[in-house]
Write a protein that binds this ligand. Structure first.
Ligand SMILES: Cc1cc2nc3c(=O)[nH]c(=O)nc-3n(C[C@H](O)[C@H](O)[C@H](O)COP(=O)(O)O)c2cc1C
Length: 250
């Protein structure tokens, strides 16, 4: 089994890891223009603004896939709206037929809207392991599932468009505090190579607002305008080095 994943804070990687397949990071292999074949192929990624990260769309556009069974799992925090339907449609446009799609609710990492203290406290109620076990049973039995609610899909299309329109503007929301040690972790966890570190930390205007830099900063030195908490989050099954290995090209 090949598992393609994209993660900023570890939720999607923790789900991908639990399948014990061959893990392949989408950002690292984004421009390989490869052809992938296996008996089973899976995609695991977060919901962004009711849609999906542009990295995921770009990855399925620039590579080809062949498998007897293809599944996808969207991780999300509050509501994935119509992200599943949106992904099914985008995949179909790229001639990729998804047999099964489902979603799993985890900590919501969007610092702009949520307090990480409250999110972490509320995690147990989301019963991640219970839902994951059920999805794994479905995948093991090669169940078919597609989820396409037209109203939710329309909302997601709008959300996805506004998310894409904001790419490049997101940098302006960051402030780096004086206690930054210029350790370069922000640069290494950024999945779009948007950060350079020299005399200071510089953003190049291509931010996709994943918050990998802010959430994974060892000094907690990056602030986001109107952030809902100073507390940061990374999934407890995932180490900083895993995020670096997942996102750092070069
Ligand atoms: C930019 C951004 C937008 C998000 N939008 C949504 C959303 O629309 N709905 C939702 O339920 N969760 C949303 N989330 C939460 C993530 O989907 C969720 O926390 C996910 O599990 C993070 O995955 P990761 O740890 O693998 O990066 C968003 C997070 C970010 C950073």
């Amino acid at each position: 089994m090949k598992l393609f994943y994209y993660t900023a804070t570890g939720n999607s990687l923790s789900i991908a890891k639990s399948f014990k397949g061959n893990l392949i990071s989408m950002p690292i292999h984004l421009n390989d223009k490869d052809h992938y074949e296996d008996d089973v192929i899976g995609f695991v990624f977060p919901c962004y603004t009711g849609g999906i990260p542009t990295i995921v769309e770009d990855f399925i556009s620039s590579n080809t896939f062949k498998a007897n069974y293809i599944f996808a799992i969207v991780t999300y925090g509050m509501t994935a709206v119509g992200a599943e339907g949106l992904f099914l449609d985008l995949a179909r446009e790229k001639n990729l037929n998804i047999d099964y799609i489902n979603k799993i609710r985890m900590v919501d990492t969007s610092l702009k809207y949520y307090d990480m203290n409250k999110q972490i406290r509320g995690l147990e109620r989301k019963q991640v392991n219970k839902y994951l076990a059920s999805i794994k049973e479905d995948v093991a039995s090669r169940k078919k599932r597609s989820s396409r609610n037209p109203i939710m899909l329309a909302l997601s299309k709008r959300g996805y468009k506004s998310y894409k329109d904001e790419i490049g503007l997101c940098d302006q929301a960051f402030t780096v505090e004086d206690h930054c040690t210029k350790c370069q972790v922000c640069m290494k966890v950024c999945p779009v190579n948007n950060i350079t570190v020299g005399d200071g930390v510089f953003f190049k205007g291509e931010c996709i607002r994943c918050y990998a830099c802010t959430q994974n900063c060892p000094q907690n030195a990056i602030r986001v305008d109107n952030e809902k908490s100073k507390r940061r989050y990374r999934n407890s099954d995932v180490k900083l080095i895993d995020i670096i290995n997942a996102n750092h090209v070069g």
